[in-house]
Design a protein around this ligand. Structure first.
Ligand SMILES: *[C@@H]1O[C@H](CO)[C@@H](O)[C@H](O)[C@H]1NC(C)=O
Ligand SMILES: *[C@@H]1O[C@H](CO)[C@@H](O)[C@H](O)[C@H]1NC(C)=O
Ligand SMILES: *[C@@H]1O[C@H](CO)[C@@H](O)[C@H](O)[C@H]1NC(C)=O
Ligand SMILES: *[C@@H]1O[C@H](CO)[C@@H](O)[C@H](O)[C@H]1NC(C)=O
Ligand SMILES: *[C@@H]1O[C@H](CO)[C@@H](O)[C@H](O)[C@H]1NC(C)=O
Ligand SMILES: *[C@@H]1O[C@H](CO)[C@@H](O)[C@H](O)[C@H]1NC(C)=O
Ligand SMILES: *[C@@H]1O[C@H](CO)[C@@H](O)[C@H](O)[C@H]1NC(C)=O
Ligand SMILES: *[C@@H]1O[C@H](CO)[C@@H](O)[C@H](O)[C@H]1NC(C)=O
Ligand SMILES: *[C@@H]1O[C@H](CO)[C@@H](O)[C@H](O)[C@H]1NC(C)=O
Length: 822
């Protein structure tokens, strides 16, 4: 383009030579002193550069100067200067802003087109002459680098892929050099990546890995300047890696982790990934949680099992997983239990400790009393859930304590139970008892207490074992049977801590009875006491003592006749008011238990009082009045007596002329009296009298019957008159006496009985009383004795028993022999 433009200063070779004389004003030219220089100058585009013509040492500025430029095209004039006048060639603007001062060409805002050869020709005034100078200047124009930019092959790349970053620059004078800076995704210092391949403008990440992610910038340098790009971000996606599971609290186990029940457990999963993993938790294969951390508050035993952490890279759709086994520990329920058992034939003690359940099972250990002294000695085994230790009995003192110590991961304090081995004081006690109805006999043996309990076993006297050994109380049941009587049984007690053993013995005793007296004799009317008791100690079988009376009737309480007294030992039978002969006989004291019975006869003899003496009437006559008789008598022979009874009856009853019944005329006659007045007679009646001696209840033989004799003097009519009155008085007196006795029956018992008892079924009236014979023999009238009217009340016939036969040993069998006196 410059070529096309007509320029007035276009260089025309020798043109300057023509011009010179005009320029220098006539000064001579020093032709032979032409200087030529050639140099290289560097400028930077946009900046300024000065090109001087001739060496800087040349002090003087040229008088005339001419600058031309040869670039890629033909040479062309740039500027001409002469003195103060300067002409810049048009078109020099393509080189920059051109100025020329004192021969020096200054290019400001240098342009790239200014690169080329500048030539200057000048005339330099020198000591009055002009010297011609030439200078050629080679100008290099340097271009500063522009701002580079980074171009990656991909903004996002998976790990392992080949990634390259290119640093591009629009312009800049070669040579260019490149440098790279890399900064971590989340800040940090920029570092130059080391060991990367590629040329300067290219950064090769082959293969790319996660550490390559981040900000990249490149800087371009050249001679002139340097320039740095804006950072660009390279994302490397990767993962997830194999997850790592952490468990809090940390308690690694063989093959997993463990936690105590009700603990808070935190499971965390970490699987490095870009973008970050999505986490899913599975328990035993079922999803339970989404998120990196799974908190199990107060873990339950059912929450044990496998926990799988599933990590997913949602960008890459890749997954990884890891699994742990989590065990949940829980202690067994309750507390450990200790028990003790005698073993190996009762010589050793088996200590047993149990605590079942829990996970893992509790560890149990028996610790003995020696533990304090010898550390190793007391440790007796170590096992799970159940621990048994055999302790030799002989080596164990009474009162030794043993403990079972339990340990479990969930129980920091552990747990324990204990036992103390001891033998109870004393010894076994034996007892026998019969069941109701005496069907069975139970032998009981007891010895309570002790750890382990004492073992008891029954044996017979021959040493044969009966029944099984049992603790504390052994009962042997035997079928009640007479063959058991007198047999002995032994209860043997054994305890491991007591080698000697102990026993108690028991004999099954048939009851044995003992009477105070085997024969008891009482007089009639008194009380008889029969005493009986069991002998020996075997009251266990509960034999009851019973009394049987002479008629083999069992005596029961509440009978009027008998009175039964049961004391601690004695059972006493009292027979009240012993009667002869009915109460006499053999009484029996009997006792029976399950193994036998006993019976003991006791003879009761009811003795009568000895017979009172015979009595004869020595005198019987009317007093002056015929209403009263005077009776005198005497006794014959020996014999005790307690009184006399006088009886009378009508000698003859007029209608039938049979004697009336005997009635008591006087019953309270003192034993020393020998006479008596008896009033209250009916003068019209002829009475017959008799008298009997009485010893307690025994009446003697009645005297002969007599009728009163007439008084000795004759006063019959007067007597008869008075007799009627006297008879009345006597009747009243007799009546009063009877009433008195009736009222005082307690004071005069026998007399009451004598006078008022009526004939009962128990009363034995002697058959054929002798008085009948007497009557027949009396001087009454010689009439044949008539049988007495049985229905007629006879005071005399009933109460008076026959006189006892003093030689008779057996009162029961006494019979009264009646002899009729001719
Ligand atoms: C040019 O040179 C002369 C003499 O050497 C000097 O006096 C003058 O100041 C210079 N002019 C410029 C613009 O440098
Ligand atoms: C990534 O690659 C660089 C160089 O290739 C290497 O030095 C570095 O260890 C790698 N990092 C990983 C995490 O692989
Ligand atoms: C890059 O240029 C700056 C000025 O722009 C300079 O201070 C620095 O030293 C240069 N760096 C290099 C390595 O040339
Ligand atoms: C998980 O499995 C463990 C062991 O197999 C089991 O003890 C636990 O009860 C199971 N839990 C559930 C909820 O299935
Ligand atoms: C054994 O010791 C206990 C107390 O521990 C005691 O009561 C018992 O009498 C003792 N037994 C013997 C046989 O000494
Ligand atoms: C009593 O027992 C023995 C043996 O125990 C037996 O031989 C006898 O027959 C039994 N007697 C009765 C009456 O049961
Ligand atoms: C029974 O008789 C005995 C022997 O005479 C006597 O020791 C005991 O006290 C009497 N018992 C009663 C309860 O009367
Ligand atoms: C008493 O009288 C009875 C009968 O009259 C007579 O058998 C008996 O021998 C007499 N006793 C005495 C001691 O005279
Ligand atoms: C009479 O009784 C007394 C005392 O009661 C007695 O000592 C005496 O032996 C008795 N005489 C006759 C004959 O029984």
């Amino acid at each position: 383009m410059e070529r096309g433009r007509a320029s007035p200063l276009r260089w025309r070779g020798p043109w300057i030579l023509c011009l010179l004389p005009a320029l220098v004003g006539g000064q001579p030219l020093a032709a032979g002193e032409v200087a030529y220089q050639e140099q290289t100058v560097t400028g930077v585009r946009g900046r300024a550069v000065e090109l001087s013509c001739g060496p800087a040492a040349a002090s003087a500025a040229p008088a005339v100067v001419f600058w031309s430029f040869t670039g890629s095209g033909p040479p062309r004039a740039v500027a001409v200067g002469s003195g103060g006048e300067v002409v810049v060639a048009p078109g020099a603007g393509t080189l920059g802003r051109v100025t020329l001062r004192n021969g020096t060409l200054e290019l400001r805002e240098l342009r790239a087109a200014a690169q080329g050869r500048f030539l200057c020709q000048g005339l330099f005034p020198e000591r009055g002459r002009l010297r011609i100078g030439y200078a050629a200047i080679l100008l290099r124009v340097l271009v500063p680098v522009s701002k580079p930019f980074v171009r990656p092959t991909a903004a996002v790349a998976p790990e392992g892929a080949a990634v390259a970053l290119t640093c591009a620059v629009r312009e800049g004078t070669e040579p260019l050099s490149f440098s790279w800076q890399h900064r971590e995704p989340r800040g940090g210092p920029s570092v130059s990546p080391a060991g990367l391949g590629g040329s300067g403008a290219e950064l090769r990440l082959t293969p790319a890995n996660r550490s390559h992610a981040g900000w990249y910038a490149c800087t371009v340098h050249n001679e002139v300047n340097n320039h740095t790009s804006e950072p660009i971000y390279l994302d490397i996606v990767y993962g997830p890696d194999e997850p790592a599971i952490s468990v809090e609290p940390f308690s690694p186990e063989q093959g997993g982790f463990s936690a105590g029940e009700r603990e808070d457990v935190v499971l965390s999963c970490l699987a490095p990934s870009n973008p970050p993993s999505r986490y899913v938790w599975l328990h035993n294969g079922s999803q339970v949680h989404t998120g990196q951390t799974y908190v199990i508050a107060a873990i339950a035993r059912a929450q044990a099992g496998t926990y799988t952490c599933l990590a997913e890279n949602t960008h890459l759709h890749t997954r990884t997983q890891a699994t742990i086994v989590l065990t949940v520990y829980y202690p067994p329920a309750g507390s450990p239990s200790c028990s003790v058992l005698a073993t190996s034939d009762l010589r050793d003690v088996a200590l047993r400790c149990r605590w079942l359940g829990g996970f893992p099972p509790a560890r149990l250990r028996w610790v003995g009393p020696q533990e304090e002294e010898e550390e190793e000695e007391g440790v007796m085994g170590n096992s799970f859930s159940m621990a048994t230790s055999i302790q030799p009995g002989a080596a164990t003192r009474n009162g030794s304590s043993f403990s079972c110590l339990a340990s479990h991961p969930t129980l920091p304090q552990g747990a324990a139970c204990g036992t103390t081995l001891w033998v109870p004081a004393g010894g076994p006690s034996c007892a026998a008892a019969a069941t109701k109805g005496d069907e069975y006999v139970m032998l009981r043996c007891r010895w309570e207490g002790g750890t382990p309990p004492v073992t008891l076993r029954w044996h017979d006297s021959g040493g044969r074992a009966l029944g099984d050994p049992v603790p504390s109380a052994a009962v042997l049941v035997l079928s009640a049977n007479g063959s058991l009587g007198g047999r002995e049984f032994v209860c043997a007690a054994a305890h491991p801590l007591w080698a000697a053993g102990a026993e108690c013995r028991l004999r099954l005793e048939v009851p044995e009875l003992e009477a105070e007296r085997s024969e008891v004799a009482v007089l009639e009317g008194s009380e008889a006491r029969l005493a009986c008791r069991q002998r020996g100690g075997s009251a266990d079988l509960g034999a009851a003592v019973a009394w049987y009376d002479a008629k083999e009737r069992e005596v029961t309480p509440g009978l009027a006749k008998y009175w039964l007294e049961r004391g601690e030992a004695w059972v006493n039978l009292t027979i009240r008011d012993a009667e002869w002969p009915g109460d006499g006989g053999i009484y029996r004291c009997a006792a029976a238990n399950a193994v036998g019975s006993a019976s003991l006869p006791v003879r009761l003899r009811v003795d009568r009082y000895p017979a009172p003496p015979n009595v004869t009437i020595s005198k019987l006559r009317y007093t002056r009045a015929r209403t009263e008789v005077r009776l005198e008598w005497r006794t014959q022979g020996t014999g005790n007596l307690t009184g006399f009874v006088v009886q009378r009856r009508q000698a003859k009853k007029p209608p039938r002329r049979v004697p009336g019944p005997w009635e008591t005329a006087a019953g309270d006659i003192e034993p020393h009296s020998r006479d008596r007045r008896l009033g209250g007679l009916d003068p019209a009646v002829v009475y017959a009298f008799r008298i009997l001696a009485v010893n307690h209840r025994t009446a003697g033989h009645p005297s002969e019957v007599q009728t009163p004799a007439e008084p000795p003097f004759e006063a019959y009519p007067a007597v008869m008159g008075a007799a009627t009155v006297g008879m009345l008085v006597a009747t009243v007196a007799s009546f009063l006496a009877v009433r008195c006795v009736a009222r005082h029956r307690d004071a005069l018992p026998w007399l009451h009985d004598l006078l008022f008892r009526t004939a009962g079924p128990g009363a034995q009236e002697p058959i054929g009383m002798p008085e009948d014979a007497e009557t027949a023999a009396s001087r009454e009238d010689g009439a044949a004795p008539a049988p007495e009217d049985p229905s007629a009340p006879s005071a005399a016939a009933e109460p008076l028993s026959a006189p006892p036969d003093t030689t008779d040993d057996q009162p029961v069998n006494v019979t009264i022999t009646v002899t009729a006196t001719p």
